[in-house]
Design a protein around this ligand. Structure first.
Ligand code: 5GP
Ligand code: MN
Length: 349
């Protein structure tokens, strides 16, 4: 087994704890998690940084910024993901350093998991034996790591990484600012979703001052749509259903093939359904090649789709969540509509 040999950072001759990492058993959530994490980053040498499967803007941007922080601290950082970085994020500085891997080996002082509610959410294999630092902001976040920092008030995990960068006394370079601005822009849906606070704009302001160009970043993300995505959107919109406060739409695997679409082309399609006036909750279903169904859920405030998704084995934020369900499409649609109807019925006009 490729269990990483614990390194001896503490005073020599000390039996317990063997090193600074041993102080934190699984589930630790100290009162000052950021300081504890910083302490470990300073004492370790080699880190693996990863995020969730199908990485989004927050996953990619916060991984890159974390890698830049570690580099400034003189550490070695390996960035990995179980899926390819989506095309819209491939022009971010350092994006080529994110290696597409299915399994990890090697010696690391710790694995830093960003935006994950479990080790499995990364879909990277071989992570179990390592020391896990969990940094997350999801409503459904859990203390699965050895050292856990979950801030549900942060607009993006990038916002937490930014705090870490400042606490470390590191420099927010224009490149890092660009990555971090991407995290907040995309995770708030272009500063639209609930959960935005005055501090969100303060974060964005600091990044703009540090050299992030909001117009160029928005252009790279929202005005760089591949044709396949628009063709897939056409297929999805032709299925749109609207009943009272609910709207839903879907694509089959055949639709994906016909549009020559890739997974990332599905990003944002659910927003067309939730954009309808009077709709409180929306679902987008996508048939996977093997027959299971990927589900994206959105709500406008009253309905907690994170709780709903978590109940089905997924997770997310109160107004944006997801889960993978068993097929076929008709069965998954019936299951999610029943759950959403129960949620909508529970809200008052
Ligand atoms: P999306 O619909 O954009 O894929 O995901 C919306 C939000 O829900 C994101 O914050 C994403 O991380 C979260 N999410 C989506 N799918 C899953 C899932 O299968 N498990 C968990 N834990 N979170 C998910
Ligand atoms: Mn996020």
């Amino acid at each position: 087994m490729s269990f990483p040999a614990p390194k001896s950072f503490g005073p020599k001759g000390e039996a317990e704890p063997q090193n600074c990492f041993a102080r934190w058993p699984v589930g630790s959530a100290p009162a000052e998690p950021m300081a504890a994490i910083l302490d470990l980053l300073r004492q370790g040498e080699r880190f693996l940084v990863c995020s969730h499967t199908r990485p989004d803007g927050d996953a990619v941007g916060s991984m890159l910024a974390m890698g830049m922080l570690l580099e400034q601290m003189g550490k070695q950082a390996d960035l990995v993901a179980a899926d390819r970085v989506p095309a819209v994020y491939r022009s971010l500085p350092g994006a080529e350093k994110i290696r597409w891997v299915l399994r990890v080996r090697g010696i690391y002082d710790a694995v830093i998991l960003l935006e994950c509610d479990s080790v499995e959410r990364s879909r990277v294999r071989g992570l179990e034996p390592y020391f896990h630092i969990n940094i997350d902001h999801h409503a459904t976040g859990r203390n699965f790591g050895h050292l856990n920092w979950i801030d549900r008030d942060a607009a993006s995990v990038g916002e937490m990484v930014h705090r870490l960068v400042k606490a470390a006394g590191a420099t927010v370079t224009p490149e890092m600012a660009r990555c971090l601005y991407t995290t907040v822009l995309t995770d708030t849906g272009g500063f639209c979703y609930g959960g935005i606070r005055a501090s969100t704009f303060e974060f964005a302001r600091e990044l703009a001052v540090a050299g992030a160009d909001p117009v160029a970043i928005a252009r790279d993300i929202y005005f760089a749509t591949p044709e396949s995505k628009l063709r897939l959107l056409g297929a999805a919109l032709s299925t749109l259903q609207h009943e009272g406060k609910l709207a839903w739409l879907w694509v089959t695997h055949a639709d994906m093939l016909h549009a020559r679409a890739v997974e990332e082309d599905c990003e944002g399609i659910v927003n067309y359904a939730i954009s309808i006036a009077g709709v409180e909750a929306a679902a987008f279903l996508r048939e996977l090649p093997e027959g299971r169904i990927r589900l994206s859920l959105r709500s406008k405030g009253k309905i907690d789709v994170a709780a709903l998704a978590a109940g089905l084995g997924g997770g997310g934020h109160e107004n944006a969540a997801g889960v993978t369900l068993d097929g076929p499409l008709e069965r998954a649609t019936a299951e999610i509509l029943a759950a959403l109807k129960a949620g909508v019925d529970g809200t008052r006009d």
